[in-house]
Design a protein around this ligand. Sequence first.
Ligand code: P6P
Length: 338
Amino acid sequence: ADLEPPTTDLITLTRHILSRQRALGEEASGDLTMLLIAIQVTSKYIASNVRKARLINLVGLAGASNVQGEDQKKLDVLSNDIMVNALSASGKCSVMVSEEVDEAIIVGGSKGTYAVVFDPLDGSSNIDAGVNVGTIFGIYKVEDPSKASVADVLKPGKNLVAAGYTMYGSSCNLVLSTGQGVDGFTLDEALGEFILTHPDIKIPSRGKIYSFNEGNSLHFYEPTNKYLESIKYPANGKPYSARYIGSMVADVHRTLLYGGIFGYPDDKKSKDGKLRMLYEAFPMSFLTEQAGGVATTGTQRILDVVPKNIHGRCPVFLGSKDDVEDLKKFYDAYTGEK
Ligand code: P6P
């Protein structure tokens, strides 16, 4: 009847990236475009393996263990190898850091002017339960590829030129920013194309959801517990709702779309929190700020933090501007032990 006719003007991720490149004029070499297209292909391939995991018995332990000392799942290993190979083959990347690899990977002889930091399959402890998992990536500029080194990625998050994630769930969503806002794409498996479905994502200035692992409350510092108290027993008698998936990509994706606050605080047990700066906190903070939100360690802007090593951690509070500012008030007032 009056169903909308199918659009005849599909905006695919490739078309979107090319339009962004054209907007940059002659100065754009097309290298970032080629790099993002390589990353797009890895997302499609990882999505297909995650989807098949239950069927081709990829689920379960691979026997090895990674730099985090965690048991690697076969999908972790596979996803890491997919990304390392595709980024090397792109010829645009001369330095890589992966959550699954102890040391930075310097791509020998590469003239690539970019460094990519990534968590190939974040949230992987949830794989066997069928919970959404995801790939998180950040892209830094490499000034001189002939001198490519780990120094090219020991930079504050504000130096990122692009960041994004791909969430593998009921649908496959890729969310990307190259510094001019945030756009979301959904994989149309029939076409094998990511289609623009969430143009110009803006996070609401305040939400009604908080997302913390309150199982750690015993170890939380006072400002975290006081903040949580303030939204669970608010003066206006309208408490926030709790949502915690335990997979950063899923918790951040919901926060970007619905608003609210996601937190993985530092506490007495984990002095720097749990999340890694380079390939979890920085890319997600870059996206949050590009969507109009705020991302803080509690005491400073996450994107200003300078990592000392490639697997360094930092506390993370990110989300709606007003919600995160409320949290910061408790940290500003705190003079106790940390
Ligand atoms: P916890 C998953 O292992 C992860 O790295 C993030 O994706 C997630 O936000 C966090 O750890 C969950 O940690 O301690 O709450 O299980």
